[in-house]
Write a protein that binds this ligand. Structure first.
Ligand SMILES: [Fe+2]
Length: 354
């Protein structure tokens, strides 16, 4: 866990903070004197991307507002904020899961913000109806498959993963992973608890191996012939298309299917942000979240992660042209992902999806 790393100090340790090549031995600050500090912003983030440090640095350079960030797991941040109470220094909370944002809201750790900029730029179903959090980038949880063993029409619904056709052919990561919990959070609502649980049980019956690894690991397992279908967030697949030779070789043996195109659409989730309930720097917090919804903020948020910008007209990260040009995504009340999270875990546990 990192606790309050001022950017200037963080960049001493993080190679990603330097210029694109990192070849110059001269500190960047020598070339561009930092703006005179005009304020402070404390960010609590459940994201872990080096590119976010670059993003904070850019905001700092443009506004003079010094960004201090704390990166940790969502549960840890939530408990920390509860313990800090109204003395919490947190201004902005960032998470790459809407269910998690909901949990901060439900715990009274966020406050509503009225921002015309955000209301105009962020589509309604990607923000909290009570304006506690705003989605800023989106991610789709889709099916990855081996096209030499699976026809596209065999994987055009999440239900297909439960088909007896795929006995011994399904790879999955753990159910404790938030991406799987949030997918189940939607399935509970769409299908009902009983059908969602029956689906989980049948998927478990098809496992090629016990749940393990991350999303990238599922793609690699398919490429290695250990299984022929799995679930992944789209951006892991896209990143691999631009990764090492080994990653590119693996990913090119697989294809993505965006499920539910004839029904409700592929499961979508967001990276989003909200203002902390007791934010000491509320104005700076709103300014920062609004900045993330600018062309530049959207670019910095998504260019490395390969998430999809939420603001209309924002530049698409390189590599996203490998996704289908047009796909249907679910329009769903994302707070339900949080409301259903405990039930989702209980269902996976009963189904034996560890
Ligand atoms: Fe991720």
């Amino acid at each position: 866990m990192k606790w309050y790393v001022p950017l200037a100090a963080a960049c001493v340790f993080l190679s990603a903070c330097g210029g694109p090549s990192g070849t110059s031995g001269e500190p960047e600050a020598a070339a561009t004197p930092p703006a005179e500090p005009t304020g402070v912003l404390n960010v609590y983030s459940a994201r872990h991307y080096d590119s976010d440090k670059e993003l904070y640095k850019r905001f700092e350079a443009e506004t003079g507002i010094q960004v201090r960030f704390r990166e940790s797991g969502a549960a840890e941040l939530l408990e920390a904020m509860k313990a800090e109470g109204d003395k919490s220094p947190a201004d902005v909370i960032i998470s790459s899961d809407a269910g998690t944002l909901y949990r901060f809201k439900a715990a009274g750790l966020m406050q509503p913000i009225e921002s015309d900029v955000l209301l105009e730029r962020i589509p309604e179903h990607f923000r909290d109806p009570d304006h506690n959090w705003y989605g800023l980038a989106k991610r789709l949880r889709v099916i990855v498959y081996d096209p030499t063993r699976v026809e596209p029409e065999q994987v055009d619904e999440y239900a297909d993963l439960a088909s007896a056709n795929f006995e011994g052919e399904v790879c999955m990561r753990s159910s404790t992973n938030i991406y799987n919990l949030s997918l189940m959070g939607e399935l509970i609502d769409r299908l009902g608890k009983d059908t969602a649980e029956a689906w989980a049980r049948s998927v478990v019956a098809n496992f090629a191996r016990p749940p393990q690894g991350g999303d990238t690991g599922q793609i690699e397992a398919i490429a290695a012939g250990q299984c022929s279908v799995a679930l992944v967030n789209h951006y892991y697949w896209v990143r691999m298309t631009q990764g090492s030779d080994a990653q590119r070789k693996s990913v090119e043996k697989t294809m993505l299917s965006f499920p539910q195109q004839d029904s409700w659409g592929a499961h979508v989730n967001v990276t989003g942000a909200g203002v902390a309930a007791h934010a000491p720097h509320k104005e700076a917090a709103i300014q920062f979240i609004e900045w993330l919804a600018t062309e530049e903020g959207q670019f910095l948020l998504t260019t490395e992660t390969k998430e999809i910008p939420l603001v209309a007209g924002a530049e698409m990260p390189e590599g996203l042209d490998r996704l289908p040009p047009d796909f249907k995504e679910s329009v769903f009340s994302l707070n339900k992902l949080g409301e259903n999270q405990a039930e989702a875990q209980a269902i996976y546990d009963r189904a034996g999806w560890n």
